[in-house]
Design a protein around this ligand. Structure first.
Ligand SMILES: [Zn+2]
Ligand SMILES: [Zn+2]
Length: 470
């Protein structure tokens, strides 16, 4: 930045025919002004012509029909998180870029090329939730309030990746973290909670487990892995050739067949754990066994982020074409301290909501529609006016009610009621209304009955009874 303090923005919107040339004249004037002054200007020139603006590539609208699955996913998750005594924390989407560079690691793909950063403001849209959550944990001294904090957060994350099925640039995660416990039972409990959630959603997902060791034992493993990779350097892909110098562990989870073949016989971290890490790892497995959670050990799972220590795990599905992770996490015992906080251990995992919704869609074929209890059909102005007031009173007493405000025919109103899946339709005809009556139709049984219209409150009570008895 050049140190100019004042920044002016100018928006010129013009009607295409008449004033766009006038707009340009004004624009020219300001450009001249810009040239002769040291003032910083931004110009936004909006031409008033019909344009076809679409969502950005990798950004998606979640429409009614699909959104019900998202709501169900969230509802089941919130229920289970509460059962495990987790509290919600809501975090901002923008953070200082430095937070992610420090927490995630400068040499990671995320920080190197995938972040949405406002360069001039040095802020970034969060690419994951853990860093922000830890920033909040430290900033508010949450470790002082409770020695063990159990927190979850749900929301959008942003990464500039190549969009593909189930992977968007704005994607959504449910993120769960436990801070302040070193117990291997916490690790087991986290995985058991994830498994319970997926199970209650009716999804069949497998759990894979590994230990990445700690700063004591990982250097020894790294050295023996480097020696192993040295002999095979030429056979590796270009990415892995580069990685073997900067982050050799990443070579273990390269997806390219040639690399997978090369690392089949690679040394396993599980054989290089120090005594403490080995104890912890067997404690985790004993916990999972006790809770009846099935898992397999996977020595190739190293996770993309630098901060993981000891336990790492992934929930994997084979139902989305190739093997895909729907959730992943692990321990990060040094990270809070590294971010300027107290020396507090942590473990967490995130579930990818897009992929879970895809799985739910495959399973259910159709999303459950949000229910409508009543459709109130008024025919003619008098009846519509009556229906308008009655509908409002019904909604105020807790019923889900739809009505037509466009003066449509009874036939098209009945069609609309069917589309909405309304359980009952209350038909207010002019003659019936004059006689103080209405027709109530049960849309499931097709039975019709006449009800007496009294004052609004009494009618509402009658309808509530109808709803309960159906
Ligand atoms: Zn260790
Ligand atoms: Zn590779």
């Amino acid at each position: 930045m050049n140190g100019v303090k004042t920044h002016y923005s100018l928006l010129i919107a013009g009607k295409r025919a008449e004033s766009s040339s006038a707009g340009r004249t004004i624009l020219d004037f300001f450009l001249q002004l810009l040239l002769i002054s040291a003032v910083n200007f931004s110009f936004f020139y909006v031409e008033d012509q019909p344009v076809n603006i679409k969502a950005l590539n990798g950004f998606k609208d979640i429409l009614p029909g699909e959104v019900e699955l998202w709501q169900r996913l969230e509802a089941v998750a919130r229920d289970i998180f509460a059962r495990f005594n987790f509290s919600e924390i809501r975090l901002p989407i923008l953070e200082k870029t430095d937070l992610f560079a420090r927490a995630i690691g400068e040499a990671t793909d995320i920080v190197e090329k995938e972040m949405y950063t406002f360069v001039d403001k040095q802020v970034t849209m969060r690419p994951e939730a853990t860093a922000s959550l830890l920033r909040a944990y430290i900033e508010h001294g949450l470790h002082v309030q409770k020695p063990v904090q159990r927190l979850f957060t749900i929301g959008p994350m942003f990464r500039h990746e190549r969009p593909q099925k189930g992977r968007l640039r704005q994607f959504h995660q449910m993120d769960v973290e436990v801070l302040g416990s070193i117990s291997p039972r916490v690790d087991a409990e986290m995985m058991a909670m994830g498994a319970m959630l997926l199970n209650e959603l009716g999804l069949s997902v497998s759990l894979e487990l590994n230990s990445l060791g700690c700063p004591v034992c990982r250097p020894g493993f790294r050295a023996s892995l480097l020696a192993f990779l040295d002999d095979r350097h030429e056979a590796l892909c270009d990415d892995c050739k580069r990685r073997s110098a900067t982050n050799p562990l990443r070579v273990l989870d390269c997806k390219k067949p040639r690399c997978r073949e090369q690392v089949l016989e690679a040394p396993s971290l599980q054989d290089h754990l120090c005594a403490d890490c080995a104890d912890h790892f067997s404690g985790v497995q004993a916990g999972l066994d006790q809770l009846g959670v099935h898992y397999t050990l996977n020595k190739f799972m190293v996770r993309g982020l630098d901060y993981y220590t000891r336990t790492t795990f992934e929930f994997i599905t084979g139902d989305l074409g190739a093997q895909a992770a729907v959730g992943a996490g692990g321990r990060y015992d040094g990270l809070v301290e590294q971010l300027g906080g107290p020396s507090v251990p942590g473990i967490g995992f995130a579930l990818g909501m897009e992929r879970l919704v895809l799985l739910l869609q495959q399973k259910e074929a159709e999303a459950p529609v949000s229910g409508t209890d009543f459709y109130v059909a008024g025919i003619g102005e008098q009846s519509s006016r009556h229906a308008f007031g009655l509908t409002h009173a019904m909604r105020a007493s807790g019923m889900r009610v739809a009505m037509d405000l466009e003066g449509r025919s009874l036939k098209s109103q009945m069609k609309q009621a069917g589309k909405l899946g309304a359980a009952h339709v209350l038909i207010l005809g002019e003659n019936e209304l004059a006689a103080g009556k209405a027709v109530l139709r049960n849309m499931v049984t097709q039975e019709q009955q006449e009800i007496v219209l009294q004052d609004e409150a009494t009618t509402v009570q009658t309808l509530i009874l109808q709803l309960k008895s159906s």
